[in-house]
Design a protein around this ligand. Sequence first.
Ligand SMILES: Nc1ncnc2c1ncn2[C@@H]1O[C@H](COP(=O)(O)OP(=O)(O)O)[C@@H](O)[C@H]1O
Ligand SMILES: [Mg+2]
Length: 439
Amino acid sequence: MDDGAEQRKWFWATLMLSSMTVVAVVFAVSELVENRFFRTTDYVTLHYLYITRGILSSLLLAVWAAWYVLRQRRRTEQELRRSRERYRGLLEASPGAVALYDVSLQVAEWNATAERLYGFCKAEVLGQPLPTVPPEKEAELRQLLAQVETGRPVLDIETLRRDKSGVVFEVQLSLLPFREASGRSYFLEVAADIRERVRLRQKLLEIEKLASMGQMAAGTAHHLNTPLAAMLLRVQMMRERSLLGAYSADLERLESGMRFCQHFVQRLLEFSRRAPVEKQPQEVAATIESVVSFFAPPLLTKGARMSVDLSAANGERVLADRNLLEALFSILLSNALDAIDREGSIGIHCRRVSGERLEIQITDDGCGIAASDLPHIFEPFFTTKGPGKGTGLGLAIARNIVLEHGGSIRLERAPRQGTIALVELPLYRSAAAGAEVPA
Ligand SMILES: Nc1ncnc2c1ncn2[C@@H]1O[C@H](COP(=O)(O)OP(=O)(O)O)[C@@H](O)[C@H]1O
Ligand SMILES: [Mg+2]
């Protein structure tokens, strides 16, 4: 027998017993009164006395039973209210986003965490179809619900949900069956945001991939470097010695192909370089100007315009390895140069940003970066340039250099046309005591 039936049985038993006691007390009292005051009374008076006693005992009984039932009901209601408050409190305090919905996915409960996670407030979703399942996950949900219906709960799976603004994100989700006393069945979905966890996991995988790729690249590059240099030398000699002009075009092509291989191998070596970095305070403006001067001939060939404004960096220094800093700016400039058409333009500007950092912007009005490529440009070997043109290692190296110097780098699509590369580096400040420290 369940708890409710047991309680009801005891309720009726006590009500009956107490009512019988009330009746017995009324009769006993009336018996005493009759013996004491109405011993000699005539039959008719006694008759009225009995009628009065009957009415009185019925009235008392009714009042008693009503009071008893009402008291019991009040208690039950209080109990119900308390348990409802407890349940609400638990629901709202739950760190997971809780949604309760029925078989037709109509929402019946929605807690505060769900409001925060999905951006839908409770009033918006109650009685409405569950709005957080992205279309590509609807079939999966149906499948999971079918599993829950067979009595097997779904625990801690990773899937996708959608918030009010339409952003789809990763969640860890559990689905449990929930049956009301009335027999109506629901599904209890508890979800937690795991975007950060997924991001860290991907980062870790990327680092692992990079580390093993770096090792492989270093080995390959090391082995190819010497034979390549020897082959290049030999081809150059053959070209010089070739008396018959017949092969000279082929030899020239061979040489340029080999130069690309050599450049590629050198980039690989730079990428996997483990040599200690020698950091010294470096004048940013001077470093950039020396790189710019190095780019003058290819700029001239392309008829490109270059505007350099480094006034904000005047006298400012960063603690850096000069060679690496130069490599960083040459990578960004050579990308800009590759991107622009004939007579395009490139700009270099600086500005101080909060926290004593210097931002260097390299802008170009070239072909720009496709939105679909943007997430991949820092990946090693990612290139959109034709075979023999791009190594896909420039930005991967640039990012390593910037990270090594406590800075950040990002590339954005310029508002109208082209690309903006933004490098942020921490400035270097001399301490008053004489010892020099980074800002
Ligand atoms: N300034 C730029 N304008 C347009 N695309 C760029 C620019 N800088 C980088 N990219 C894109 O990023 C890719 C990766 O660059 P990078 O790592 O330097 O390799 P690579 O230059 O050898 O292709 C390029 O292939 C290109 O698609
Ligand atoms: Mg490049």
